[in-house]
Design a protein around this ligand. Structure first.
Ligand SMILES: Nc1ncnc2c1ncn2[C@@H]1O[C@H](COP(=O)(O)OP(=O)(O)OP(=O)(O)O)[C@@H](O)[C@H]1O
Ligand SMILES: CC(C)(CO)[C@@H](O)C(=O)[O-]
Ligand code: BAL
Length: 302
């Protein structure tokens, strides 16, 4: 089979996995690197930030996959309703200088008889996994497949889906994938709401209510010096102002999503339903005396 044509500087889209593999193999053969930005489409400024960061890498072709992965949706979730504005997405990819678009069909990734999946371990059943059983097995399976098809040197994921990011990093380590996973801070609206493809489901009133997620996280993080109880109590107090917002969980964890330390870096995570729309968000928190250590200043290590 001949390698599909690939010229630098324009967007090429492929549906069959074998074609993408051929192109990325050929690119590696001439010394290029490949950076992958996996998405489910309905591209917004959050996705575009991942692409922007990937584009900064020297000698690297940026590939973006668009695939609404059925395996990570449970019964009664929004798989059918999930927005799929493909033409608009392709315009975004062109505008942002993405050179490789991978648009597989479900039957390409899950041919009949495919039964083997990636098991996320215990963390896969906590937080999001407790509310969406099987979700992370679906995510890790499709990400493993994308990595095996594209063989990316780098892969970019948003911190908005923090547990997903932690689990993907863990999968790469535990299963020896040869890909460097890079997490990108959450892009927000001016009022703090984390950008999400699901924000389009919100009515104007719900959109107002939804601000409380980031407001509660920010308020909680602000009192990190006073310890975990204060962080959670402050966040809960902020949430109480919007009783229409139903919280699935509000938890303070370590940065690896193990138990939070008394002093040091942690993560405050929330999932809540606003009407029938389920939103998630999280922020970094510095706890206790660690607040006074310069290495924990907000932009340390940037
Ligand atoms: N606001 C954001 N800031 C940074 N990265 C983001 C943001 N929103 C999504 N991403 C990242 O983009 C990648 C693709 O996510 P996805 O296509 O599911 O979009 P999404 O907006 O998170 O959709 P949904 O909210 O429906 O899950 C993921 O790595 C995700 O973490
Ligand atoms: C990583 C991902 C593309 C896998 O389907 C999805 O979970 C997402 O968009 O965050
Ligand atoms: N951004 C995570 C994908 C999902 O909610 O299924």
């Amino acid at each position: 089979m001949t390698t599909p044509k690939f010229a630098r500087g324009t967007l090429h889209t492929f549906q069959p996995p074998e074609q993408v593999s051929q192109v990325t193999r050929a690119l590696h053969g001439v010394g290029r690197k490949v950076a992958l930005v996996p998405t489910m489409g309905a591209l917004h400024a959050g996705h575009r930030e991942l692409i922007r960061r990937a584009k900064r890498l020297p000698n690297t072709v940026v590939a973006t996959s668009i695939f609404v992965n059925p395996l990570q949706f449970g019964e009664g979730e929004d798989f059918e309703a999930y927005p799929r504005p493909l033409d608009k997405d392709l315009e975004v990819l062109k505008e942002d200088g993405v050179e490789l678009g991978f648009l597989p069909k479900a039957s390409d990734l899950y041919p009949e008889g495919a039964t083997v999946t990636v098991h996320p371990g215990a963390l896969g059943d906590e937080l999001e996994g407790a509310v969406r059983p099987g979700h992370f097995a679906g995510v890790l399976t499709v990400v493993a497949k994308l990595f095996n098809i594209v063989r990316p040197d780098y892969a970019f994921f948003g911190e908005k889906d923090y547990q997903q990011l932690v689990l993907i990093k863990k999968m790469v380590r535990d299963l020896n994938f040869d890909t460097r996973v890079i997490g990108v801070p959450t892009v927000r609206e001016r009022d703090g709401l984390a950008l999400s493809s699901r924000n389009v489901y919100l009515t104007p009133e719900q959109r107002e209510d939804a601000i409380v997620l980031s407001a509660a996280l920010t308020a909680g993080a602000f009192v990190g010096r006073d310890g975990a109880e204060a962080v959670l109590a402050t966040a809960r107090q902020t949430l109480a102002a919007r009783p229409a917002v139903e919280v699935d969980y509000l938890e303070l964890r370590g940065t690896d999503l193990g138990p939070a330390p008394v002093d040091g870096e942690a993560r405050l995570l929330i999932a809540a339903r606003v009407g029938s729309t389920r939103l998630i968000d999280n922020v970094p928190v510095v706890l206790g005396a660690a607040v006074d250590h310069p290495e924990h200043a907000p932009d340390a290590g940037e």
